[in-house]
Design a protein around this ligand. Structure first.
Ligand code: ADP
Ligand code: CDP
Length: 224
């Protein structure tokens, strides 16, 4: 059997990373790790505990005393925060609006990267996020930088939210996505950036199936 590889998928909000990563991981029999869900989980806890979100030390300390666990499920992945299922809660606008501030802290990133590297160690893995190709898995055999126009990404998130009974207006979503992309791209530690050796994939005009197929083809070339 061919040795499994590591696949890193980075890109801005709602580009399709987790949807495509799940499909690719399932087809290959690899594990899927949604690193955004990990940053969302610690953000939820910081908000619940009324922490000063601007404090690197406070949030870093909180993470040291927190257990974040990702479990595969039929619909993708369940997220547990200190043993409690928070899969739905971490997608709320309340968390979404605060997550980029938390994810910018050095003490948070150091711990998360360490944890993510442990989860991926020695296994076939598809991992998605913002700094996977640049920091978490710099030696990944395949790196993808996935994007789409901000209008299309907002439209996709709007449709997704409708199914979850979240009714944020389209214009507000587009603004929130653009602001989060800016914060993620301009932060000091591990900003959102295409790794030099990553392949750019624009999904604006692609269906989910087409985007997944493009990555599966690139994977097959790496497995030869
Ligand atoms: N190529 C695509 N065409 C149409 N919709 C897509 C495509 N890729 C993803 N989506 C939809 O867009 C939404 C956001 O995708 P998601 O995978 O959550 O993005 P990300 O992980 O990059 O934030 C989901 O509802 C998903 O079903
Ligand atoms: N590897 C990662 C993954 C996410 N994040 C942060 O976590 C946030 C939420 O990530 P996500 O992937 O769940 O976001 P969506 O694209 O699904 O909206 C991002 O906006 C980043 O601030 C990060 O800093 N590094």
């Amino acid at each position: 059997m061919t040795k499994p590889i590591q696949i890193a998928i980075d890109g801005p909000a709602a580009a399709g990373k987790s949807t495509i990563a799940k499909i690719v991981a399932e087809k290959l029999g690899y594990i899927y790790i949604d690193t955004g869900a990990m940053y969302r989980a610690i953000t939820l806890k910081a908000l619940q505990e009324g922490l000063n979100l601007a404090s690197n030390e406070e949030v870093g300390e909180l993470l040291k005393n927190t257990v974040i666990d990702l479990q595969p499920s039929e619909n993708g992945q369940l997220v547990f925060l200190d043993q409690k299922n928070v899969t739905e809660d971490i997608r709320s606008q309340y968390v979404t609006k605060a997550v980029s501030e938390i994810a910018a802290h050095e003490a948070v990133r150091e711990q998360m990267v360490h944890l993510q590297q442990q989860l991926a160690h020695g296994r076939g893995v598809v991992m998605d996020g913002r700094d996977i190709g640049t920091h978490v898995l710099p030696d990944a055999a395949l790196k993808i930088f996935m994007s789409a126009s901000v209008e299309e990404r907002a439209r996709r998130r709007f449709e997704e939210n409708k199914k979850r009974n979240i009714d944020t207006p389209l214009e507000e979503l587009q603004k929130e996505i653009a602001e989060r992309d800016k914060l993620d791209s301009e932060r000091e530690f591990a900003p959102l950036r295409k790794a030099e050796d990553a392949i750019f994939l624009d999904t604006t005009a692609l269906t989910i199936e087409e985007a997944a197929l493009a990555i599966l083809k690139l994977t097959a070339e790496r497995l030869k």
